[in-house]
Design a protein around this ligand. Sequence first.
Ligand SMILES: Cc1cc2nc3c(=O)[nH]c(=O)nc-3n(C[C@H](O)[C@H](O)[C@H](O)COP(=O)(O)O)c2cc1C
Length: 329
Amino acid sequence: MFKIRDVVIDPPLVLAPVAGHTDSLFRQAIKSLGGCGLVVSELVSTEGMTRNPGNADHLTHFEEMERPISIQIFGRDPVRMAESARMVEAMGADIIDINVGCPVKKVVRQGGGSNLLRDLPLLEKIFKAVRAATAKPLTVKIRSGWDRNTINAIEVLKLAEASGVEALTIHGRARCDMFSGRSDWSIIARVKRHARIPIIGNGDVLAPQDADRMFRETGVDGVMLGRGVLTNPWLIRQCWDYLNGTEVKQASLSDRAEFMTAFLRKVNDRLPPPVALGKMKKLGGCLSKGFPGSAHLRARLHSSSTADELFMALEEHFAGQLGAHGRRP
Ligand SMILES: Cc1cc2nc3c(=O)[nH]c(=O)nc-3n(C[C@H](O)[C@H](O)[C@H](O)COP(=O)(O)O)c2cc1C
């Protein structure tokens, strides 16, 4: 375990913020499988939040069982960032996280996310404004730099520390990498060596052995996992079991059937029908990877035109597969 000021992160494994995926329902599902010491909300626009209070409620909503929870904000205007931090504090978040890593054009064009890696004077203003606005623990999530010639993670770390930021997550890709190539864990190790605050490492932890290797090779305090969890919700639990030397259980087909059906039912119950169907296809598409006949199931989910059709596809698929392969005792 490690601490971000008084917030205990135990186990030291963190569910990454993944926009469009890691909403409250998904985070609850992951927490209930065990092994996850901290969850982070999807990124929330401070422009949107401060101009139209209430519009971001679906992004900032969380349940008590998710705690400790960090809410992540992004933007470029120190005043709006500070105002948003006050709003997030009032919502009861345990930690406020600033996004300085998002590479997508929409965010970068507005001057936020990874764009701040190439405007450190503005980043410093943001850190200081947000720090002054909230008494809550403050963290930042960064990429290693804007491009290969401007890897500045250590400079950003020093700026963060001097501004009262209390932990830093680093994804070892630069903005120019988007999601190609590999996360460079050597820069994560270098940041950790220079840090006085806790460091969370991120990028390409797709198996329990990867988490173990990231801890050993970089010395980080915590490991954050994103895409691997979208296709294997048990991944964080499996990492924790592996780190503890206990048996790592693979999810059986019936575990997957149960998880997918129960989780997608909740999504369907909570959202208005057209939104629910789209979201179920997206989440179901990720969850239906890597098991017998999963490509066929994915195609059926995607071609469903109603929720009933989608659940029928799930039921028929798993009934057929489990009939053919037998249920695990
Ligand atoms: C579709 C998608 C959405 C993401 N949304 C966010 C986000 O809202 N905030 C953030 O800090 N990172 C976001 N990320 C980056 C992840 O948190 C993480 O840093 C990245 O995926 C690398 O970790 P991984 O290899 O474990 O997935 C997103 C990544 C993806 C693929």
